[in-house]
Design a protein around this ligand. Structure first.
Ligand SMILES: [Zn+2]
Length: 415
């Protein structure tokens, strides 16, 4: 059971903290691409180090991240996610859908979509925009193929709904789907709009419906318009609600999604890139927030505006380290194995400004128990929570508990 896993991770931390009533954070990573071959040690089709998926899940548990909602963003990744739910019962839950960047399967020029499930080098779509690539817009929708895809997706969802992650259904949401105008080089606007609308129609027809796991980038007006077309002006026909994950929009857009449409907002490293991003996060109501890592993508980087909340919350070099400098919180990371930090040297790039809970190595120097540099994974969700707490000026506990409650409510997960 998940509870016993969480308990054992929790008791270890409790001993280390030695505070009688220290809060033990609990997390659900609502967006983790754990079906990506990178978590099996495969990068662009070549095996670069041993499969360390179990260690990734174990590290997540060690920080209190006891549940993982694994993103399905294509037929292939949705099926692989479902297999993971069997491998990690009561930990892994899944979604199933077709990401806007995987929506070329609706095009006449694309090979049969079930064979999109080509080789092992298919990585999940990153949420980071990549404007450097050209934008072809030559794609045409194949109507007959589109009908087959939607039928196949419907069958996949029906099959997934009858699978269980031990005691409850493995499939907890429809998605990931939506619009991404930052990355039209994977799929044109026309095809994305078609893919989104066709999947919304299917989502609305399901009995009972599933919550929606949505992606929206630089496409807010079209995104909201299509949602309203299928579920009503206030999404009153959307029975189970939904979350717009990896949010990077404006405050007004966020308010329209939360206050206007009753949706939830998922935040990860991409939501902290700029001061404007962080100003938006500050305004997300706690009763609308969910936390995610979107690993292997979207890690929090030192160049991100949000990074400073990790640095500032760390005990200073000359402090005794018995308590965190703000909110009375103990340091989230570094408790087990704080890294040394050179004192008095400015911006020594080699020294981490933020202590690392787990050792991080390059994939070429992979070693058992270490994280891989540049491969984000669910144990970093504590950084996401810490930054949200810092930005909003509230405690980690407030953030974690709000996100936990929102998540179990929407996705129908037990306490
Ligand atoms: Zn996404």
């Amino acid at each position: 059971m998940a509870a016993s896993n969480a308990d054992s991770a929790a008791s270890t931390t409790l001993q280390q903290v030695s505070q009688p009533k220290a809060y033990l954070p609990r997390y659900i990573d609502i967006g983790i691409n754990l079906a990506d071959p990178i978590f099996r040690g495969r990068y662009h089709g070549s095996q670069r180090h041993p499969d360390d998926l179990k260690a990734v899940v174990q590290r997540a548990k060690e920080v209190g991240c006891s549940r993982l909602i694994v993103t399905g963003s294509s037929f292939r990744s949705s099926r692989d996610a479902l297999k993971l739910a069997g491998e990690f019962p009561d930990v892994v839950y899944t979604t199933a859908g077709i990401h806007p960047c995987s929506s070329s399967i609706f095009c006449a020029s694309y090979k049969r979509h079930q064979e999109e499930d080509h080789s092992d080098d298919e990585h999940t779509p990153a949420c980071d925009p990549d404007p450097s690539k050209p934008i072809p817009d030559e794609q045409e929708i194949d109507t007959a193929k589109s009908e087959t895809i939607i039928k196949d997706l419907e069958s996949l969802i029906a099959e997934a709904r009858s699978s269980t992650s031990s005691t409850s259904p493995a499939l907890v949401a429809f998605g990931e789907f939506g619009l991404d105008y930052d990355r039209l080089h994977y799929c044109s606007r026309t095809v994305q709009l078609h893919s989104f609308a066709a999947q919304l129609k299917l989502a609305a027809s399901l009995t009972p419906q599933l919550p929606l796991f949505l992606h929206s980038r630089a496409a807010h007006a079209d995104f909201v318009r299509l949602l309203r077309e299928h579920f009503g002006p206030c999404l009153e026909r959307l029975e189970r609600g939904g979350v717009v994950h990896s949010f990077t929009g404006t405050v007004d857009e966020m308010r329209e999604l939360t206050d206007g449409l009753g949706l939830y907002i998922g935040v990860n490293g991409c939501s902290f890139k700029t001061a404007q991003n962080c100003a938006v996060v500050r305004e997300i109501p706690l009763d609308r927030i969910m936390l995610e890592t979107d690993g292997p993508w979207c890690e929090v980087r030192p160049s991100h505006e949000g990074w400073k909340y990790l640095v500032e919350l760390k005990p200073s070099a000359d402090a005794n380290g018995s308590a965190g400098p703000t909110n009375g919180q103990p340091p989230a990371e570094g408790g087990a194995q704080p890294k040394g930090r050179k004192q008095g040297k400015k911006n020594q790039k080699k020294e981490p400004e933020v202590p690392e809970r787990f050792k991080v190595v390059k994939k070429e120097k992979w070693e058992e128990g270490a994280m891989v540099k540049g491969r984000n994974e669910p144990c970093t969700i504590e950084r996401v929570a810490r930054i949200v707490a810092g930005i909003k000026g509230v405690s980690i506990e407030d953030v974690c508990e709000a996100a936990w409650q929102n998540t179990v409510k929407v996705f129908g997960l037990g306490e």
